[in-house]
Design a protein around this ligand. Structure first.
Ligand code: C5P
Length: 229
């Protein structure tokens, strides 16, 4: 049986390949993430097709960041696509503007805290304030949710810390960087199993390669779902 807690990242080369994969996965998966990389190769059309024709839920991972007026306008436009989740950077002015833009729709706004690809040296180069990266992530998550975000994207390492925040009550935590036991890590360094991510307070896990690179993607998705608490 399918389970909306599993979101499969359609990180394939174009919308055509995305549709093929989703068709192959069929009923095994009900929720898909479409990223920025696919936007220029038909990502929005794919989102529409999966939503309208196949009744799937869609997470558009765009990580928007701009002045408030521009974010609001962009999000208002995207809200017409009947998407389920949209990411923006978790800066309070961006989150507030995105929530304005999403008003009247069911689209949830998720804040990105600090990209997991950035370490302290990168943050220094960006003139981001001193301090432990994990503490900054948790504080940024609190600020994003205070500003009205419906939830945040968090690595499995931070999910439990964020879930414990008073600001996180009733909010969504969506966790990439998840690997079933024994699966190849790829470029992911700090991973957790789907089971422990959900146990630590994630509402949804995002999994890409362990599903779409599997010999049987449907079986891989079903195995992940079966492993959830
Ligand atoms: O293939 P894999 O399971 O690593 O894919 C994870 C997905 O989640 C990718 O689309 C990746 O861009 C995204 N993601 C991530 N780590 C983050 C934010 C997003 O892996 N911190």
């Amino acid at each position: 049986m399918t389970d909306d807690r599993l979101i499969v990242a359609l990180d394939v080369p174009n919308a055509h390949a995305g549709l093929e994969l989703a068709t192959r996965l069929g009923d095994a998966v009900n929720f898909y993430k479409i990223g920025l990389g696919m936007l220029t190769t038909g990502g929005l059309a794919l989102a529409n097709e999966l939503k309208q024709e196949q009744g799937k839920r869609i997470f558009l991972d765009m990580k928007l960041f701009d002045i408030s007026a521009t974010v609001e306008k962009a999000v208002r436009g995207l809200a017409q696509f009947d998407l389920d989740f949209l990411t923006v950077h978790g800066d309070p002015h961006v989150v507030k503007a995105a929530k304005e833009g999403a008003a009247g729709s069911n689209m949830k706004i998720l804040g990105v805290t600090i990209l997991t690809s950035l370490d302290r040296a990168d943050l220094d180069a960006c003139l981001i304030q001193q301090g432990d990266v994990q503490e900054l992530v948790v504080t940024r998550a609190a600020r994003a949710m205070e500003a009205g975000a419906d939830g945040v994207i968090a690595s499995p390492q931070e999910a439990a810390l964020i879930r414990a925040l008073p600001e996180a009550k009733g909010k969504l935590i969506v966790t990439p960087g998840v690997r079933p036991a024994g699966a190849a890590l790829g470029d992911q360094k700090r991973v957790a199993t789907p089971h422990s991510a959900i146990k630590d307070g994630a509402n949804h896990i995002v999994v890409g390669r362990p599903v779409w690179q599997a010999d049987s993607p449907g079986q891989a998705a079903r195995d992940i779902i079966a492993s959830l608490p």
